[in-house]
Design a protein around this ligand. Structure first.
Ligand code: 5CA
Length: 445
């Protein structure tokens, strides 16, 4: 993409309304625009990151055996009366009437609808287990929308729903999602820790939140320091095998959110291993048994016992929240530093003298070489001052920059800068292309 043709409305001033660094940087980098409290348009740069995050989430859901569907944002109120949640959900639910006076709502989550889909088509235990998910916008009329996309009112969520014959089987589905989550966040460069959590309006008695530690996080969390050293399970885990040991290893150590924190259990941890910190909840998993299948009569035939309600769980990831979470985790004074797997473009090409024949030719050569290798460069072909180009490229945080100017080209070199470390090397244009491709291949998995 050539910057001259792109739409990158960066801001010079720091927006006063933004209280935390990720919100400030998203506005300054022209990633989003607020349309109303907690409601955002995603501008091209932000949209590209959102899509990358969404795609990683999708790939890891598919790898774990979940099946993608797409349910609507608008749901009939009657569905929620069946589960008794219509009134219980309270003011967070946006209630709407259509022209015929029929009551509708903008879905804050989809347990009811997916249960209704399941029961229309699945009648036998032979069809189980089933894991269905979608990636769809939700609306929750949050009392205090804040921190930009981190606590929005309209936000993008991936929600998966599992259907099993028994509690034991449902635990296997829970474990699948648990393991898939660790891998999902690791692919984005994030370390997310599972912590025991409250179930709230979703229900049930077993739940974990996945938390990334961050100073500006809304959640207060407590855990054993050794939990922080456990790596993600890895993309080669066998989802058809026994995942219990992997989950056990990650749930054996104390880890809890404030709501379910047990001070007595925490006190037993040696002082130097106690972590009490703030974090961002990027995902949450729930097992709630027959809470929805019972009232909504989602039953299947049992091999011995006639008909039984299915055991269910639900598993959410805050796709749009993660974009803010990533910036909280990866930034410096100059701006954002994207991990390669979620960067809006793979590399920036900065022309130090647009219009100079040799500089233009070298930029075009590098641009074409990178595109041919399947990478997506952003080529700053504008005639802005060098300083403005440097600070804009640093602000938007592409992992690598190639700086091309007449002075270097006289010696046959361009400059390759690593955004994260600030390290610079001079290389021929061909070697610069190879170097960027190698860095990309090293980090994308
Ligand atoms: N039905 C369940 C699981 S699918 C559910 O709704 N879970 S949830 O309430 O925990 O939401 C799932 C994830 O969505 C959260 O972990 C969080 O990352 C994200 N999320 C929740 N509320 C918001 C919000 N107001 N703004 C942005 N992201 C949110």
């Amino acid at each position: 993409m050539r910057l001259s043709r792109f739409f990158l409305p960066t801001l010079k001033e720091t927006p006063a309304e933004a209280a935390i660094v990720s919100h400030r940087l998203m506005l300054r980098a022209g990633m989003v625009r607020q349309e109303s409290a907690g409601i955002y348009s995603w501008l091209p740069l932000g949209f590209r990151v959102l899509k990358k995050v969404e795609q990683i989430v999708r790939e890891e859901q598919n790898r774990a055996g979940a099946i993608e569907i797409l349910m609507p944002t608008i749901q009939p109120a009657d569905l929620w009366r069946e589960s008794q949640r219509y009134d219980a959900y309270g003011d967070e639910m946006l209630r709407i009437k259509d022209r015929n006076g029929r009551e509708l709502l903008y879905g804050p989550t989809n347990e009811e609808m997916v249960t209704s889909i399941f029961k229309s088509f699945c009648r036998s235990y032979k069809e189980l287990p089933k894991l269905l998910y979608h990636i769809q916008w939700k609306f929750r009329d949050e009392r205090r929308p804040r921190f930009g996309v981190m606590r929005g009112r309209e936000f993008l969520m991936k929600d998966t729903y599992s259907f099993d014959l028994t509690k034991e089987e449902a635990m296997k589905s829970y474990n699948r999602m648990f393991v898939a989550y660790m891998n999902t966040f690791a692919r984005m460069g994030l370390q997310a820790f599972p912590m025991r959590a409250e179930t709230g309006p979703i229900g049930g008695d077993l739940s974990h939140e996945f938390i990334i530690l961050a100073e500006n996080g809304e959640s207060k969390v407590f855990c054993h320091r050794d939990l922080l050293d456990l790596p993600a399970p890895g993309l080669d885990v066998d989802f058809e095998g026994d995942l219990q040991p992997i989950v056990d290893e990650r749930t054996a150590l104390y880890a809890a959110t404030e709501d379910v924190h047990d001070e007595a259990a925490f006190a037993k941890i040696p002082d130097d291993k106690k972590v009490s910190a703030r974090g961002i909840e990027v995902g949450q998993v729930f097992y709630f048994g027959t809470k929805y299948s019972e009232p909504m009569k989602a039953r299947v035939s049992h091999p011995q016992n006639g008909e039984v309600p299915v055991h269910m769980g639900s598993y959410g990831i805050g796709v749009s929240r993660i974009v803010g979470g990533l910036i909280e985790a990866f930034n410096d004074d100059a701006g954002i530093i994207w991990p390669r797997s979620v960067a809006p473009f793979d590399v920036g090409i900065l022309s130090m003298r647009a219009g100079d024949e040799a500089t233009d030719a070298a930029c075009e050569q590098i641009y074409a070489g990178l595109c041919k290798a399947g990478l997506e460069p952003l080529y700053d072909d504008s005639d802005d001052r060098a300083g403005a180009k440097f600070s804009r490229m640093d602000l938007i945080g592409l992992p690598d920059q190639i700086i091309v100017g007449p002075r270097g080209l006289k010696d046959g070199v361009v400059e390759v800068k690593d955004r994260a470390t600030g390290e610079r090397v001079n290389l021929s244009p061909e070697a610069a292309i190879d170097q960027i491709i190698a860095r990309h291949q090293r980090d994308i998995f």
